[in-house]
Design a protein around this ligand. Structure first.
Ligand code: CAO
Length: 555
């Protein structure tokens, strides 16, 4: 089988263009005419097709490379008779007279002048995807008026004259062809030099009819786009940075491209980005702006977007005296977050009990010793709370079951190799979640001290953003208040949260008799997309083992 070098065909007036997207890789099987790379100038982007069917053996270009006519894009092991002679330059017989001006110089005129779509090569019915001017604008000759796009290339169409735009004859979504009336200008001045209007020959259109075994089918596959050679101004800055085929792909899926984050060169949006965005929206991990605008408010108002019946409107004053108070900022923010997390996460809660009899005895004696030492001036008094032990125990469990220390990112699970633990703090302004960083590297005393400081700051409304972000797991303790079990709401993008209630002395059967043990109720809520029930039961059981014998933390 022959090795064929696929070259950049005649790309018209362009001297050098930048490779902005690689659409194939070594080992891929490509068809003749299949797009291989996307190249871009400041006025147009186009996909370069393969002249030959076969298997990609070698890539000769990388993202960011500059290429021109004749540059070798890649080497293909040609499939059978379809192989074109490797020596034949891809664009050798390119038919497109690209540099030739297609809009002749018009004589100077003072009356209205019609601006038509110039010769855009083989393109037919190209879509107008952007209108860059509006009536009343003063237009320079060669200034870009609109951007059109086929499935293989996009280009800006320049004005043949200078003048004031009186009427625009096209709008976004229209399709245009050579000769179509674009605009009417007044007070026009002819372009001194012949206008090198956009000329484009579809890379694949001409070759479509060429038989596979044709000795030189590649010539007619030449991609050729010539933008105005010296057109000033105008850019596609208002458009998302993406190749025509990606834009078409996004349109087909109904994806708002402006909301997709590009991972390609210079933030260019790739097909994979559009796919990832679609998956994120479909899985509920992300929302389009349109969806967000329809989303229910923090109070649960609305709900139409979810197909729910309207929120009941009741005149409470009819039934007795009332007092109405607007919610504070923190309550509103946390309310909106809690609502989203409650609706979007398929959450399940496992309840369990941990025997903390020995741990509580140790905690109490530690606090007594600390107090004594502080009184004798040996060290500052730090009160150790059960929550600090719980944080340390949770870190050990998170290390053993790393999926609990992860986040969902589209179809991927992101495992974090750091253990920053958030704890819910009840404040006069509402619920806040300060974060203690690197709990794996800190002892119980240090965690207790930091927790005290952060809780104080939270109550005083002095927490900074850095002290409330980056948590990998959260604990919500109602132990100082009461209750038995509850179902905490996961703090997205975390995937689990531990709720703890007040420990109580209970009779526990030790195999021979009931003995009094101090039991701590645990409620672990987890995201079923990432975690299974069995893993959650194991996590709780392991946590219980550690809390009943804290030496296990060292194992
Ligand atoms: N069982 C029994 N007693 C407990 C306990 C438990 N699980 N946890 C704490 N206690 C005791 C403490 O030992 C302390 O008693 P002493 O004063 O006799 O030593 C008392 O309860 C008060 O503890 P605390 O609440 O001040 O300290 P903490 O470390 O347990 O909690 C903080 C700190 C900031 C988490 C807590 O003050 C708080 O704000 N909790 C509320 C969290 C919350 O609102 N969660 C719900 C979120 S969902 O809306």
């Amino acid at each position: 089988m022959a090795l064929v070098e696929v070259q950049v065909p005649d790309i018209g007036d362009f001297d050098e263009v930048t490779v902005i997207e690689l659409m194939v890789k070594v080992g891929d099987t490509v068809k003749a005419e299949q797009s291989l790379i996307t190249v871009e100038s400041d006025k147009a982007s186009m996909e370069i097709p393969s002249s030959t069917a076969g298997v990609v053996k070698e890539m000769r270009v990388a993202l960011g490379d500059k290429v021109k006519q004749g540059s070798v894009v890649l080497v293909v092991e040609a499939a059978g008779a379809a192989a074109a002679p490797a020596a034949a330059p891809v664009a050798a017989a390119s038919p497109a007279p690209l540099a030739a001006p297609v809009v002749a110089a018009a004589p100077a005129a003072s009356g209205p002048v019609q601006v038509h779509v110039p010769n855009i090569g083989d393109f037919k019915d190209v879509a107008v995807i952007e209108v860059m001017v509006k009536p009343g604008d003063t237009i320079k000759a060669e200034q870009s008026l609109i951007t059109v796009e086929s499935d293989k290339a996009s280009m800006e169409i320049p004005s043949s004259h200078a003048g004031v735009l009186k009427e625009l004859k096209v709008k976004v979504g229209d399709t245009v062809n050579i000769g179509d009336l674009l605009a009417i200008l007044e007070g026009t001045v002819a372009v001194a030099a012949p206008v090198a209007a956009a000329v484009a020959a579809a890379p694949a259109a001409a070759v479509a009819a060429a038989p596979a075994a044709s000795p030189a089918p590649v010539a007619s596959a030449a991609a050729a786009v010539a933008a105005p050679a010296h057109a000033p101004g105008g850019s596609t800055a208002g458009l998302p940075h993406a190749s025509p085929s990606v834009r078409k792909f996004a349109r087909e899926l109904g994806v708002p491209l402006a909301e997709v984050k590009g991972s390609g060169l210079k933030g260019r949006i790739t097909e994979a980005d559009v796919q990832a965005f679609t998956q994120a929206v479909m899985s509920g991990a992300a929302q389009t702006k349109a969806q967000a605008a329809k989303a229910p408010a923090a109070s649960g108002g609305g709900g139409a977007a979810l197909g729910l019946i309207p929120w009941p409107k009741v005149d409470f004053a009819k039934f007795g005296p009332i007092e109405r108070k607007e919610m504070g900022r923190i309550k509103k923010i946390s309310g909106a977050n809690l609502l989203r997390n409650a609706i979007m996460i398929p959450a399940v809660t496992n309840h369990d009990d941990a025997d903390i009899t020995d741990l509580e005895a140790f905690r109490v004696s530690t606090n007594l010793e600390n107090e004594k030492a502080a009184k004798s001036g040996i060290n500052a008094s730090v009160k150790v709370t059960m929550l600090a032990f719980l944080i340390k125990a949770c870190v050990a469990a998170l290390k053993k079951y790393p999926e609990f220390n992860s986040s969902l990112d589209g179809d991927a699970i992101v495992y974090k190799n750091y253990w920053h633990i958030g704890f819910a703090a009840d404040t006069p302004n509402g619920l806040m979640v300060p974060v203690i960083r690197d709990c794996d590297k800190k002892g119980v005393l240090q965690i207790s001290q930091e927790m005290g400081e952060l809780a104080k700051k939270a109550r005083e409304g002095k927490l900074g953003p850095a002290e409330m972000t980056g948590a990998t797991f959260t604990i919500s303790s109602l132990g100082g208040i009461g209750g038995k079990y509850f179902t905490p709401i996961i703090n997205a993008p975390e995937v689990a949260i531990l709720g703890v209630c007040k420990s109580t002395m209970e009779p526990v059967w030790d195999g021979k008799q009931f003995v009094p043990r101090l039991m701590l109720p645990l409620s672990l809520t987890w995201d079923h997309r990432v975690i299974d029930g069995a893993a959650a039961a194991r996590f709780n059981a392991f946590l219980g083992q550690i809390l009943s014998d804290f030496r296990r933390v060292l194992l």
